[in-house]
Write a protein that binds this ligand. Structure first.
Ligand code: ADP
Ligand code: MG
Length: 693
C-alpha cells in the first residue's frame, strides 16, 4: 500500500470527521478545535456514534480515555463498547461516555492537594487532539481533573496556558491592526533514543529497573572518533527506523527526519511541528510506539536521558513558536526586522520572560535522569541563556547600544566547488551550545530530557510569555503614538534583560563565572532547581494567567521532588543489591581463584613466578574492600534519609546519596577492568553498545 493510503489511517482526523459526521455537527466540532469555542454538548452523541462506528470498522471493541497524570506517563482504562441486547450485544458509545470518564484517582499522585477520601477524578474529552484506534481500542485524548475541579494532569494546564497566550498575544496584534481568530503555539520535539538488543537488555538488572546502567566501565571505543553522527545506518537500525516511520505515519504523526546520533547506538527522530497540545500527545504516543516497534525487532529502545556514562545522553529539543490561524508566524523576522515592530515586541517579550522566569523554566525540565546530562558533554549547562544568532543579535545590540543597525543579511556564498550550486549562508548561525536558541523563526529549547513529557516546559513557556505580553499590552493600549511607545518599551526591556543573552560557547569554561557575575541562576540538581516553584513571584504568574491555582502549582512541585527522591531511592537500592549479591562476590571469587592458582604453583615448585597473580590479587582485594566500605556508607546514608520530608529528602539525595553512589560505582568499574570477563557478572559496555549489528 502507498503511504498516501495508510497515512493517518488509525486517526479520527479531519477528513474522517468530515466524511462521517452530519454537516452541522462537523461544523460545530471544527469551530471548537480551531477557534477554541466551547463544545456544544448536544453534539456529543452524534460525534460518539460516528467515532464508534469508525473505530469498530477498524476492529476496535473497546474505548479508553487516554490521559496524562502527574506520573509523567500516559494512563488508560479500557471499557468495551458492548451493551446487552436480547440474547446478544450491540456496540455503543454514548455522548456521555465520550465526554466524561471516571477512573479511580486515588492511586495517582496529587502532591498532597487532594485527600484520598475525595479521590474521585474525572477524565474529560479533549476534542482538540484527534482520537485514534490502537490495538483494538479507541483512544480518546482527555484531561484529568478532580471532583473539586483541580487539575490532576499535564494536559489541562497546557491547554490553559495556550489559552492564556492566545488571549494576550491577540491584544498585542490588535494594537497593530493584525486581525486573527486565534494565536496558537506550535512545537516540534526532536526525539533522541538508544537501541540495544533484547539479549543485552535482559542481562542488565540496572537498565531493566532504572532505565540506565548503574555500573559499567566505559568501552575502549566511545564517540571520540566523531564518526557516528549521521553515519550510515546499520541494517537492523535501518529496518527498525523504516518500520517505526510506517507505524508513526499510520497515527498521522509527521515523522520527518531520522539519523544516527553522536554516541554509539544512539539515534534521533524529528517530526514536523504542530499545535502544542497535539505535539504533546503525539510525542507521548511516539515514545510508546518506539518501544513497541523495537520489541518486534528483538531490540529495546532506551529513552532514559543518560543510559551510559562517558558518552552523550539523550535530549529532546523543543522547537517552539507562535502563529496565527491565518498563518503568520510571530517569530518570523521578515525581510527587515528592524522596522517590524510586532516582531521586535514578540522577541522582547520572549527574552524578558526567559530572564524573569529562568528559574521555573529550568525547573520545568528537571528530573533525576536529566541531571546526568545537564552541563555534561553535549547538553546545555544548567544555566538559562538566550542565543539570538548574527542577524537578530546585531539588531538587539544596536537597540541596546543606541547605534545604527547594519543588517546581517543571509549572503550568497560559494563553497569553491564549481559544480555545486550556490547556497545562501544561514544567518541564524546555530550555536549548538545554547540552551535556548533563536533558529530563524522559532526558539529551540534544548534542555529537555529525552523521556520527559514536553507538556511541562511548554506550560511554563506559554505562561511566562503570556505574562510578558499582558504587561506590554497594558502599557501600550491607548497610547497615541504607538510606534514610539512600543520602541521605548522594547529598548527599556532589552536593556533590562540583556544579561540573559549569551552568544558564545555555552560549554566553555568562561561561561559559568560570567553567568555568576550576571546574576543568572545555576541550579545544577533537581533538588536545587525545583524549589523555585514555591517562590511567590513564580506561583503568582501561574495564578494570574489562569494556568494553576496556588495549590496546584505547589502540588506539582512537590510531586516533581517526590519523583526525584523515589527515582534515586530505587537506583540506590538496585545498586546496593547488585554490588552485594553480584559484584562483590564475583570479585572475591576471582581473587580466590587467583590465590588458588598461586597455591597450585607453589605446590608444584616454589620457583614458579606468580608476580602477576599477586599484583592483581592485591589490587582487586583492596578495591573490593573499598567497594564494600562505600556500599556500607551508601546503605547507612540511605536509611537516614527523612523520606517524609520531601525538601530535606531531595537535598540528601542530591548531595549525599548521589555522591555515595558515584563512589560505589567508581570502585566497581575499576574492579571490572581488572576482573576476568569469565567472572564479571554483567554484560560489558562494549557488548551492549555494539550489540546491534
Ligand atoms: P534542526 O534544528 O535539527 O536543524 P530544523 O530547524 O529543520 O532542524 O527543524 C527542527 C524542528 O523544528 C522540526 O521538528 C521542525 O518541524 C520544527 N519547526 C520548524 N518550524 C517551527 C515552528 N514554527 N514552530 C515549532 N517548530 C518548528
Ligand atoms: Mg535541532
Amino acid at each position: 500500500m502507498h503511504l498516501h493510503e495508510t497515512f493517518g489511517e488509525n486517526v479520527f482526523n479531519d477528513s474522517v470527521q468530515k466524511e462521517r459526521l452530519p454537516k452541522e455537527v462537523y461544523k460545530a466540532l471544527r469551530a471548537t478545535i480551531e477557534s477554541g469555542k466551547r463544545l456544544d454538548t448536544s453534539i456529543a452523541g452524534a460525534v460518539a456514534a460516528a467515532m464508534k462506528d469508525w473505530a469498530v470498522s477498524k476492529g476496535a471493541t473497546h474505548y479508553a480515555h487516554w490521559f496524562q497524570p502527574l506520573t509523567g506517563l500516559t494512563a488508560e482504562k479500557h471499557d468495551s463498547f458492548i451493551e446487552p441486547d436480547g440474547d446478544g450485544v450491540i456496540m455503543r458509545l454514548t455522548g456521555k461516555s465520550l465526554i466524561v470518564g471516571e477512573p479511580d484517582a486515588s492511586s495517582f499522585p496529587s502532591g498532597g492537594s487532594r485527600a484520598t477520601y475525595m479521590a474521585r477524578g474525572y477524565t474529560a474529552w479533549d476534542p482538540t487532539s484527534p482520537a485514534f484506534v490502537k490495538e483494538g481500542t479507541l483512544y480518546i485524548p482527555s484531561i484529568f481533573v478532580s471532583y473539586t475541579g483541580e487539575t490532576l494532569d499535564k494536559k489541562a494546564p497546557l491547554l490553559r496556558s495556550m489559552t492564556a497566550l492566545n488571549v494576550q498575544a491577540k491584544r498585542i496584534l490588535k494594537l497593530f491592526g493584525v486581525e486573527c481568530k486565534k494565536v496558537n503555539t506550535t512545537v516540534g520535539p526532536e526525539q533522541e533514543y538508544f537501541l540495544i538488543t533484547e539479549e543485552a537488555y535482559n542481562q542488565r538488572k540496572d537498565i531493566q529497573l532504572t532505565g540506565r546502567t548503574l555500573f559499567g566501565a566505559p568501552a575502549t571505543r566511545g564517540q571520540e572518533l566523531e564518526d557516528l553522527y549521521f553515519g550510515a545506518l546499520k541494517t537492523k537500525v535501518s529496518e527498525y527506523m523504516r518500520d517505526l516511520d510506517n507505524e508513526l505515519w499510520k497515527y498521522g504523526i509527521l515523522s520527518k527526519t531520522k539519523h544516527n546520533e553522536v554516541a554509539p547506538a544512539q539515534h534521533e527522530m524529528a517530526p514536523i511541528y504542530t499545535t502544542t497540545s497535539v505535539a504533546v500527545d503525539t510525542n507521548m504516543l511516539t515514545m510508546e510506539i518506539m518501544k513497541k516497534v523495537a520489541q518486534k525487532h528483538g531490540l529495546v529502545c532506551l529513552l532514559h536521558e543518560k543510559p551510559f556514562v562517558g558518552i552523550n545522553g539523550s535530549g529532546k529539543h523543543n522547537n517552539w513558536s507562535m502563529s496565527t490561524d491565518t498563518g503568520v508566524n510571530l517569530l518570523s523576522p521578515g525581510e527587515s526586522p528592524e522596522t517590524n515592530t510586532v516582531f521586535k515586541l514578540v522577541l522582547t517579550a520572549v527574552i524578558k520572560a526567559v530572564d524573569d522566569y529562568q528559574g521555573i523554566l529550568r525547573a520545568s525540565i528537571a528530573s533525576a535522569a536529566n541531571d546526568h546530562r545537564l552541563g555534561a558533554n553535549e547538553a546545555p549547562p544548567a544555566i538559562m541563556s538566550v542565543y539570538l544568532g548574527d542577524q537578530i543579535g546585531a539588531l538587539v545590540d544596536s537597540i541596546v547600544s543606541g547605534s545604527n543597525y547594519v543588517p546581517v543579511k543571509a549572503e550568497k556564498s560559494s563553497i569553491g566547488v564549481p559544480e555545486s550550486p550556490i547556497f545562501p549562508k544561514d544567518a541564524t548561525d546555530r550555536n549548538r551550545t545554547s540552551p535556548f536558541a533563536f533558529t530563524g523563526n522559532k526558539f529551540e529549547f534544548r534542555m529537555l530530557g529525552s523521556q520527559a513529557n514536553v507538556a511541562d516546559p511548554n506550560i511554563v513557556l506559554n505562561t511566562i510569555v503570556a505574562e510578558a505580553f499582558e504587561l506590554f499590552a497594558d502599557e501600550l493600549e491607548g497610547k497615541k503614538d504607538l510606534e514610539k511607545a512600543a520602541n521605548n518599551l522594547i529598548e527599556r526591556e532589552l536593556k533590562a534583560h540583556y544579561r540573559i543573552i549569551y552568544n558564545n560557547d555555552g560549554y566553555g569554561p568562561d561561561w559559568e563565572p560570567e553567568a555568576l557575575k550576571r546574576g543568572l541562576l545555576n541550579n545544577k540538581t533537581t533538588a536545587d532547581a525545583v524549589p523555585v516553584f514555591f517562590e511567590d513571584k513564580n506561583v503568582q504568574v501561574f495564578v494570574k494567567q489562569g494556568v494553576y491555582t496556588e495549590q496546584e502549582a505547589i502540588a506539582r512541585a512537590n510531586i516533581q521532588l517526590e519523583n526525584y527522591v523515589k527515582t534515586i531511592n530505587i537506583e540506590a537500592l538496585t545498586m546496593l543489591r547488585m554490588a552485594k549479591q553480584d559484584i562483590i562476590p564475583a570479585v572475591s571469587d576471582y581473587v580466590a581463584s587467583l590465590c588458588a592458582n598461586v597455591s597450585a604453583k607453589n605446590a608444584v615448585c616454589e620457583n614458579i613466578p606468580f608476580e602477576t597473580e599477586k599484583a592483581v590479587i592485591t589490587q582487586l582485594a583492596s578495591i573490593n574492600d573499598e567497594l564494600y566500605k562505600n556500599v556500607v556508607k551508601l546503605e547507612r546514608d540511605l536509611a537516614s534519609v527523612d523520606k517524609e520530608n520531601v525538601l530535606a529528602a531531595s537535598q540528601a539525595m542530591a548531595h549525599v546519596i548521589m555522591p555515595d553512589m558515584q563512589a560505589v560505582r567508581k570502585c566497581a568499574d575499576a574492579a571490572e577492568e581488572l576482573t576476568s570477563s569469565d567472572y564479571w557478572p554483567y554484560i560489558s559496555y562494549y557488548d551492549i553498545l555494539y550489540s546491534v549489528k
